[in-house]
Design a protein around this ligand. Structure first.
Ligand code: HEC
Length: 145
């Protein structure tokens, strides 16, 4: 009898942990799919905003410049672009996924969003410029899939 009790408590615990994990995963997936910001942007204008990034970033997979390729950005864990050798500890140790909301905050002020990162870029002040840029990045990203 006691054995059953222990077993069912254990099973209940497992179910709870699995359930929590699933909720977290679903929530993260929902955030990754959230296109509210890019939907309010103009990709044609965003392409021009991206000129401010181009010296250091490409949108071609595995083509790194001073900064990592941004080809697979949406839904990618921060600091994990394959083959990029120069991440700061701040980005390497960061534990979040690149969603539109996270990118919007990072691009507004990289330093405020993630202290200790090494991206030499002050940020994009104008919120509409950031939405336009996200719309352009989404367009390229979806085209590549
Ligand atoms: C002068 C060079 C430079 C410019 C300009 C620049 N970046 Fe970066 N970027 C970097 C470097 C270097 C890193 C890596 C920073 C680190 O490891 O802390 C980085 C990292 C990033 C990351 C994190 C990527 C990952 O794999 O987690 C994103 C996203 C990003 N940049 C987007 C942009 C966008 C969008 C622009 C234009 C608005 C931009 N950057 C402008 C150099 C630059």
């Amino acid at each position: 009898m006691r054995k059953y009790l222990v077993l069912s408590v254990f099973t209940l615990g497992l179910a709870l942990v699995a359930g929590l994990g699933l909720t977290t995963a679903l929530k993260a997936a929902g955030e990754v799919d959230d296109r509210t910001l890019s939907a309010a942007g103009d990709p044609v204008k965003g392409k021009r905003v991206f000129m401010r990034c181009q010296a250091c970033h490409t949108l071609v997979a595995a083509q790194h410049r001073m900064g990592p390729s941004l080809a697979n950005l949406f839904g990618q864990e921060a600091g994990t672009a394959a083959g990029f050798p120069r991440y700061s500890n701040a980005l390497k140790e960061a534990d979040f996924m690149w969603t539109e909301a996270a990118l919007d905050e990072w691009l507004a002020s990289p330093k405020a969003f993630l202290p200790g990162n090494k991206m030499p870029f002050a940020g994009i002040r104008n919120p509409q410029d950031r939405k336009d840029l996200l719309a352009y990045l989404r367009e390229v990203f979806n085209g590549a899939q």
